[in-house]
Design a protein around this ligand. Sequence first.
Ligand code: ADP
Length: 220
Amino acid sequence: MAKKKQFVVIGLGRFGGSICRELIKIGHEVLVIDKDEQKVSDFSNIVTHAVVANSTDENTLRSLGVRNFDFVIVAIGDNIQESILTTLLLKELGIKNVWVKAKNDYHHRVLEKIGADTIVHPEKDMGRRIAQQMSDDKIIDFIELSDEYSIVELLATPKLNKKSLVDLNIRARYGITILAVKKGNDINISPEPSYEISEGDLLIVIGNNRDIKRFEDEVM
Ligand code: ADP
């Protein structure tokens, strides 16, 4: 498990709530803050501390000791003004890792100016991921490293059954690298060239997007 860290989640809507559940599942300590009493009570059983408070109140943030936490996530949905004010106060308190959900580009620009460390657009990002996954049924998951490079998880088709990595000559022909192969719960990191692929293996591949696409089109 990753090293245990301490997080504050401000705003327990669908986004903040889902972040909170996942952090708890990973085993981290989480303080949640929401001005809605019902939301806080829904989470009070699973989190370390749950507090009904308005995050735009500087004294509240101080008295909760928010500055001692490693990460604060501002997951306030629609109220852009309160999201901005909360972020400003958190940065003034000296918190190193402030992550904020932005609603639109204007919101993003303001957050950037006031020093938000990471700004996320969950709906926009998720929309892009889903579009990518829908348009290519072999891609199970992917991480964009830059505009040109990605790590993708590809599902081995029957066509690849019993082919070894050396048969396919992947690195020389396509310039891509197979980082690992997942078979059910087993994961084989840096598979040997003699590794024989079976249908249903998940191939975790790194490379230029064009090369990955070429590999998919030609051999999968
Ligand atoms: P989502 O789109 O992620 O579902 P919502 O807008 O439904 O987001 O939820 C945002 C949450 O943030 C709500 O539970 C709301 O009560 C909470 N919230 C909004 N402003 C503040 C604030 N200033 N302080 C604390 N909690 C807030």
